[in-house]
Design a protein around this ligand. Structure first.
Ligand SMILES: Cc1ncc(COP(=O)(O)O)c(C=O)c1O
Length: 391
């Protein structure tokens, strides 16, 4: 097949098409380049309002947001946090940072934590003591659950919230990939991912739908959590002038330059979501007609931000497995990648508790991610589709 593409098509790169230059220039001209500065509070206010939360606390990345969230919710060493095995390892590492243990759950058809299996585990494999939930197999307290809205797909959170409330389990939503995704039916219709649990965490890493280079945010309606997030992300200063610190804090705050970029990106988020939806539909219409291939479905109960596209390959019908498909695409200047290796099999975590994991392994064997940048051109999408058709 003759290539019409002269440059590599990357998986997911930033699109800086708005007022980023103007706002960053403002930081440079005024010398407000560090963690103080009005762009940080403006960015926090805009993200909180957009997601329907009372508070936004900007931090240096999504990982630090998750770590802080677990810390300020009070998750303690030797307690447990339920988490899906299919997620970026940062979700799991944040649990380790507070000394807690992950409890790994299987994936549903949207790559998210399987809500029915999770509820099955909670109802059959745990017990209550002093109004807290304990894992029957480990006898450790299950302090929290971390549903991850994988690839921008909203988790079926309603099913989880009901049971978690009953069992006294806190919810921290890993909404690092899903800013802009909101529920359209059920009890949470109109609500954004990240705004339903006790705390939500967003990432603005360079590969996300909007970026600050690196960056993250904690969103919450809880004033105590918001205050603690600010306190712990700025070295736990009790007296700024006299350097009094009554706790161990972190240097996790976002800079004004990052927030300046983020503010400009927020102005275009809805446009980017529309573009991503259009591109998803184009990919889906064409790919689903290729024998053995299918683009991921999106949950019917939410409007997705369509951050990342997942191509599912039936290797018996398509006659190529995921590795061979990745090589084929690479030869045609298209970057693709397998999805994350299931975390319950990773070296640091293989001895942790996992519950009946099956579908996640199937999904991992059969899925690759396709280019999804906002600035993908029609020519590039056609080239990707034709490359998959004419192997
Ligand atoms: C699911 C998930 N969780 C956590 C993170 C961590 O975010 P960051 O890279 O901003 O630290 C990411 C993104 O990179 C992610 O995709």
């Amino acid at each position: 097949m003759k290539s019409i593409i002269s440059e590599q098509i990357p998986l997911s790169v930033p699109y800086l098409s708005g007022r980023e230059w103007e706002y960053v220039k403002n930081c440079l001209d005024s010398s407000w380049v560090s963690t103080a500065g009005s762009f940080v509070s403006d960015f926090e206010r805009v993200v909180a309002k957009y997601t329907g939360c009372e508070y936004g606390i900007a931090v240096m990345n999504g990982t630090s947001a998750l770590h802080l969230a677990l810390k300020i919710m009070g998750v303690k060493p030797e307690e447990e946090v339920i988490v899906p095995t299919i997620t970026f390892i940062a979700s799991i590492n944040s649990i380790k940072y507070v000394g807690a243990h992950p409890v790994f759950m299987d994936a549903d058809q949207y790559y998210n934590i399987d809500p029915m299996k999770t509820v099955g585990f909670l109802l059959n494999e745990t017990y209550q003591k002093d109004k807290c939930c304990y894992n029957k197999r480990t006898n450790r307290k299950i302090a929290a659950i971390m549903p991850v809205h994988v690839f921008g797909n909203a988790v079926d959170i309603e099913t989880l919230v009901n049971v978690c409330n009953e069992l006294n389990i806190l919810i921290v939503e890993d909404a690092t990939e899903s800013i802009g995704t909101r529920y359209i039916s059920g009890k949470y219709a109109g609500k954004h991912t990240g705004s339903i649990g006790d705390i939500g965490c967003i990432s603005f890493n360079g590969n996300k739908i909007i970026t600050t280079g690196a960056g993250g945010m904690i969103i919450t309606d809880n004033p105590e959590y918001a205050e603690k997030a600010k306190y712990f992300s700025t070295q736990a200063k009790d007296d700024e002038i006299r350097f009094i610190h009554n706790d161990v804090g972190y240097n996790y705050r976002m800079t004004n330059v990052q927030a300046a970029i983020g503010l400009a990106q927020m102005e275009n988020l809805d446009n980017y979501i529309n573009t991503k939806e259009k591109n998803y539909t184009k990919y889906k219409n064409e790919i689903d007609s290729i024998p053995g291939l299918r683009l991921n479905e999106t949950p019917p109960y939410a409007k997705n931000n369509n951050w990342m596209y997942a191509l599912q390959i039936n290797e018996k019908i398509y006659n190529l497995d995921i590795e061979s498909t990745i090589s084929l695409l690479s030869k045609r200047m298209i970057q693709s990648r397998p999805i994350w290796y299931p975390n319950h099999l990773q070296l640091p975590y293989m001895n942790e508790f996992s519950y009946n994991i099956q579908n996640a392994l199937e999904l991992h064997k059969a899925t690759i991610n396709l280019p999804c940048s906002v600035n993908l051109t029609e020519l590039q999408i056609n080239h990707i589709i034709n490359s998959l058709k004419n192997k």
